[in-house]
Design a protein around this ligand. Structure first.
Ligand SMILES: CCCCC/C=C/C(=O)SCCNC(=O)CCNC(=O)[C@H](O)C(C)(C)COP(=O)(O)OP(=O)(O)OC[C@H]1O[C@@H](n2cnc3c(N)ncnc32)[C@H](O)[C@@H]1OP(=O)(O)O
Length: 721
């Protein structure tokens, strides 16, 4: 059935016109909705039988904001004319300056343009637990319906800048305390109370308040300037590279200094500049990329329903196992944590307790919820408890034989419906399940460390994994607040495979004579939180050494064999885990570059002997970025070519959530397409001629570069999914 889109107006016998937005699922403000609102407000203002107006949204949701699809359309075409004129024409003239009182009846959510419309009303009545916020900065733009001016006037400047800069939403309960919401009523009374409120204003029993004209919550100019100074510091700290965070403060200040209307005009001007920025393009892409991951062909469209998963066994209480157990417990799923001896088990349980205590001490979890979560954990040393588990997640070390034996055992001790998942980051699932007859229920559940904090869950499907098992794991992933991305089976899967050249390229550069601390600093300036060397320290160099041969077996033709990791370990540097790697790690202080590691690097350089003429190469920062990240793009091309992901945007979201690739660059493939496949191809070709086959452009990249096609445009013939 086609969804019903439009704006309706019903005028009651009491003289109240109820204007309702209908655009499922979130009543977003698409162009026909904005046109409809203009028409209905004009009509209501002109009709003699209308004394007051109530604005509301259909199906229990007020409004999720401006239609983000329009931003994407602007990004594709560069045509700003599709952006409607709203902030003055509709919001100021037809709504706020209307002579007839206007009340917003809010339920469910009022976000972005939705909250901005509500703030232009003369009062706001809300149902409990509605979500209120201005999240526009997460899309690379600023509020554009006057929100930068009205929110400070309703909740005070400090709270408003906090909400806007952090894109933090609040509940209607908090909104009432702050003065954003005038009355909180049960959903069943929302419309009747709003109608009455509007009539009370019309009859002078309640004040006729226009938010933009208010000054009572702004304070003096010097107080406002002090708050804005703090906001600038906050913006610099949380978003040094985001233009919208800095621009929004200028816009707010304009309104403080020259009045709200002047602020509204500046807001519209700045909005139009920002909407075309690369940051907005990247962030809007990420918004839709994330949502696209929930659509998996032949799984989510197969008419299946997820089965309930109430009890999960986690095998292995190390860092990953205890992190996974923590994530499950926090979502009220019973967990059996299995270890091989009491000492390891105790360590695992203590790690879970530490994870949960950490959340309490950071104010992210109440003591009550922490107690409830821990009460759902049971530590075990044998398989007795496995007889009624719905899912097992194996999280032991990356040892093929060990995993094969565990899965063989699991097949005997678990019920037939039980999902058998492995948290392997590298090993082929077919190999893991080789000794079983349960290949249809074997699946990869690849969490990223720390598993209770990182949001990506790579769901790895072999050609035998059943759609039902994929669907169940997707549902569990969502229940534990992860973003599940379904990928195909290969060594390293989508994320680790795409990024294996990241460390290798860094090693090559260091062996070519480039300072490793400079490499890390250039990469963090690009926007990744950690450079490749610090990331290696964090993961632990033992892991690097263990998985190296697994990669070498299949991708050996394009690997740079560096002795650096082995030399590091030989010199007692395991990474953060033992306080020493490329950096020195001391409790309570930031990692410090360790100058003494340079002798290890020198030794490696002697062994590889790749510096041209024995002299360090000279490279610019831009060249460092290209030499480290273009090989990653090259491998991403192979991942796309082999159909390891369903769509290119899945690899974007996986790179953002799994590798912390900067979201404002839209993910690895989106970033590459912004640069252009032709340029990347030509640069890699030059690099391969100078430094060898590690940089050799892939067939897919070459084809895209030659044909002038974006990397994101897939031909689905070779899909593994
Ligand atoms: C001159 C122009 C000035 C413009 C000034 C105003 C700017 C804005 O208002 S920008 C938009 C601000 N709003 C937001 O950022 C909200 C974004 N949406 C969300 O945070 C969430 O979707 C949610 C909290 C509203 C609902 O969450 P949930 O129930 O988990 O559902 P989904 O996230 O899966 O979304 C369902 C469905 O709806 C689509 N969608 C959501 N919001 C919008 C939107 N604002 N515009 C267009 N489409 C939206 C979302 O893409 C999903 O679609 P499908 O994947 O096709 O199901």
């Amino acid at each position: 059935m086609a969804k019903k889109i439009g704006v309706t107006m019903d005028v009651g016998n009491d003289g109240v016109a109820v204007i309702t937005i209908s655009n499922p699922p979130v009543n977003s403000l698409a162009s026909p909705i904005i046109a409809g609102l203009k028409e209905k407000f004009r009509d209501a203002n002109q009709r003699n039988d209308v004394r007051a107006i109530v604005l509301t949204g259909n199906n229990g949701r007020f409004c999720g904001g401006f239609d983000i699809n329009v931003f994407q359309q602007v990004h594709k075409t560069g045509d700003l004319s599709v952006m409607p004129e709203v902030s003055v024409d509709l919001v100021c003239n037809l709504m706020e300056d209307s002579r007839k009182p206007l009340v917003a009846a809010v339920e469910g959510l009022a976000l972005g343009g939705g909250l901005e419309l509500a703030m232009a009303c003369h009062a706001r009545v809300s149902a409990p637990k509605a979500q209120l916020g201005l999240p526009e900065l997460t899309l690379g733009v600023i509020p554009g319906f006057g929100g930068t001016q009205r929110l400070p006037r309703l909740v005070g400047l400090a709270k408003a800048t906090d909400m806007i800069l952090l894109s933090k939403s609040i509940s209607s309960e908090e909104g009432q305390k702050l003065g954003l919401i005038d009355a909180l009523v049960p959903p069943g009374e929302l419309l009747s109370t709003s109608r009455k409120w509007a009539l009370d204003i019309a009859d002078g029993r309640k004040p006729f308040l226009r938010s933009l004209h208010r000054t009572d919550k702004i304070g003096s100019l010097s107080e406002a300037r002090a708050i804005l100074k703090n906001s600038r510091q906050l913006a610099k700290k949380i978003a040094p590279k985001m233009p919208q965070h800095h621009a929004v403060i200028e816009v707010i200040e304009e309104g403080i200094v020259h009045g709200g209307y002047s602020g509204v005009l500046k807001e519209a001007e700045v909005f139009r500049q920002l909407v075309l920025s690369d940051t907005a393009k990247g962030l809007v892409h990420v918004f839709f990329a994330q949502r696209a991951t929930s659509k998996v062909p032949n799984v989510t469209d197969a008419g299946l329903k997820p089965r309930p998963i109430k009890k999960v066994a986690v095998i292995g209480g190390g860092l990953m196992g205890s992190g996974i157990a923590t994530a499950l417990l926090l979502s009220n799923i019973r967990v059996v944590l299995k270890e091989i001896n009491p000492e390891y088990l105790m360590k695992g349980i203590k790690t879970v307790e530490g994870n949960i205590k950490g959340l309490v001490s950071r104010g992210k979890l109440t003591q009550d919820k922490a107690g409830k979560a821990l009460s759902l954990l049971k530590g075990v040393l044998d398989y007795t408890e496995f007889k009624d588990v719905d899912m097992v997640i194996e999280a032991v070390i990356e040892n093929i034989q060990l995993k094969q034996n565990i899965f063989k055992e699991l097949e005997k001790v678990c019920p037939p419906h039980c999902i058998l998942a492995s948290n392997t980051s590298t090993i082929d699932l077919n190999v893991i399940g080789e000794k079983t007859n349960s290949k249809d229920r074997i699946v990869g559940a690849h969490f990223f460390s720390p598993a209770h904090l990182m949001t990506l869950l790579e769901i790895v499907r072999s050609e035998n994994t059943s759609p039902q098992v994929i669907l169940d794991l997707m549902a569990v992933g969502k229940a534990i607040k992860k973003v599940p991305v379904v990928v195909g089976n290969c060594i390293g899967f989508a994320v680790n495979r795409t990024f294996f050249p990241y460390t290798q390229a860094a090693h090559m550069l260091a062996n070519l004579g480039v300072d490793l601390f400079r490499i890390d600093s250039v990469i963090t300036s690009f926007g990744l939180p950690l450079g490749p060397f610090q990331l290696g320290d964090l993961a632990g160099h033992g892991i690097g050494l263990a998985v190296g041969p697994i990669y070498a077996k299949v991708y050996g033709d394009r690997m740079f064999r560096s002795p650096l990791t082995e030399l590091l370990l030989k010199s007692g540097r395991n990474g953060k885990i033992n306080g020493r790697g490329y950096y020195i790690y001391e409790k309570g202080s930031k990692p410090k570059p360790d100058p003494s590691v340079l002798s290890v690097v020198e030794e490696s350089r002697k062994l590889t002997n790749i510096m041209p003429g024995g002299k360090p190469i000279s490279v610019t920062d831009k060249e460092i970025v290209e030499m480290i990240l273009f090989p990653v793009v090259n491998e991403a091309c192979r991942v796309l070519d082999e159909g390891v992901v369903i769509r290119a945007s899945d690899l974007d979201i996986a790179s953002v959530l799994g590798m912390s690739f900067p979201s404002y660059r839209g993910g690895i493939v989106f970033w590459a397409d912004m640069i252009g496949p032709k340029y990347i191809y030509e640069r890699l070709k030059e690099m391969s001629e100078t430094y060898g086959s590690f940089f050799k452009p892939s067939r897919y990249l070459e084809e895209r570069a030659t044909k002038g096609m974006p990397l994101s445009e897939l031909k689905s013939s070779r899909s593994r999914l």
